[in-house]
Design a protein around this ligand. Structure first.
Ligand code: MN3
Length: 237
C-alpha cells in the first residue's frame, strides 16, 4: 500500500522534531539523499488522482519511467564512487564536474529523478486547488490573476516541442516569478532558477488517457495540483 500523504508528512514531522535538525523539506523531497539513489514511494495510491490522471498512467509513470531514471543514474555513477556521496541535486548543479562519459546520462536521469520526485509531491487527491497567501499575491502581481497565470502556463506547455516540462520558477535573487519550459528532463536549476512547480508534458504523462490532446491534459491537470505543497516550496525557497 502506498504511504498515505498525511502519514508521510506526519512521520517526517516526528523525525524532524526528534532530531531538531529542521531538515523536513529535504527529507520530504528525498533529494538530499546520497547514492545509491532510491525510487521514492508515491505519496498516494495509483488511482488517487482519478479521473484526471488514471491508474494505469500513474503505474507506468512511477514504476517504469521514474524507476528507470533512478536505475540508470545508479548504473552511471557506479564506477565513480565519490559521486555517490553527492545528492541528486548536487550532481545536477555540478554537471561540469561530472566525468564526460556519464555527464549526459546524469543530466537526463538525475534530472528525471528530481523532476518526478517533485511532480508526485505537488499533486494530491485533495488539498487547496488555488494559491493563497504570499504566493497568491506574487502570482497576481506577476500574471494579473490566477486564471491568467494558468492560461499562460498551459500555452507554454502546449508549445513544448517533443518531450519536456513547463515550470513556474523563482529567481531567488530578484524574487521574480516566471514561466519557463525545459527540454527532456532538464530542471530549471540548470538555469539558476528554482522550480516552484512544474508539469510533465512528455507523452508518457498523458497519452493513455488524453491520447494526442495535450491541451486537455494541461487543462485537467489543475484539478490535482496541491497548492499547499506548492506554497510550501515557494516559502521555503
Ligand atoms: Mn515523466
Amino acid at each position: 500500500m502506498a504511504l498515505n500523504r498525511r502519514h508521510f508528512v506526519q512521520i517526517l514531522s516526528i523525525t524532524v522534531g526528534a532530531s531538531g535538525l529542521g531538515i523536513l523539506p529535504d527529507l520530504a523531497w528525498a533529494q538530499n539523499a546520497t547514492g545509491p539513489y532510491d525510487l521514492p514511494a508515491l505519496p498516494y495510491s495509483y488511482d488517487a488522482l482519478e479521473p484526471y490522471i488514471d491508474r494505469e498512467t500513474m503505474q507506468f509513470h512511477h514504476d517504469k519511467h521514474h524507476a528507470a531514471y533512478v536505475n540508470n543514474l545508479n548504473a552511471a555513477v557506479k564506477k565513480y564512487p565519490d559521486l555517490q556521496s553527492k545528492s541528486v541535486t548536487e550532481l545536477i548543479l555540478n554537471l561540469d564536474k561530472i566525468p564526460a562519459d556519464i555527464r549526459t546520462t546524469v543530466r537526463n536521469n538525475g534530472g528525471g529523478d528530481l523532476n518526478h520526485t517533485m511532480f508526485w509531491q505537488i499533486m494530491s487527491p485533495e488539498g487547496k486547488r488555488e494559491p493563497s497567501g504570499e504566493l497568491a499575491k506574487a502570482i497576481g502581481a506577476k500574471f494579473g490573476s490566477f486564471e491568467e497565470f494558468k492560461n499562460a502556463f498551459n500555452q507554454a506547455g502546449l508549445k513544448v516541442f517533443g518531450s519536456g516540462w513547463v515550470w513556474l520558477v523563482l529567481d531567488k535573487k530578484s524574487g521574480n516569478l516566471d514561466i519557463m519550459t525545459t527540454a527532456n528532463q532538464d530542471n530549471p536549476l540548470l538555469s539558476g532558477l528554482y522550480p516552484v512547480m512544474g508539469n510533465d508534458v512528455w507523452e508518457h504523462a498523458y497519452y493513455l488517457k488524453y491520447r494526442n490532446v495535450r491541451a486537455e491534459y494541461l487543462k485537467q491537470w489543475w484539478n490535482v495540483v496541491d497548492w499547499d505543497e506548492v506554497s510550501r516550496r515557494y516559502l521555503q525557497a
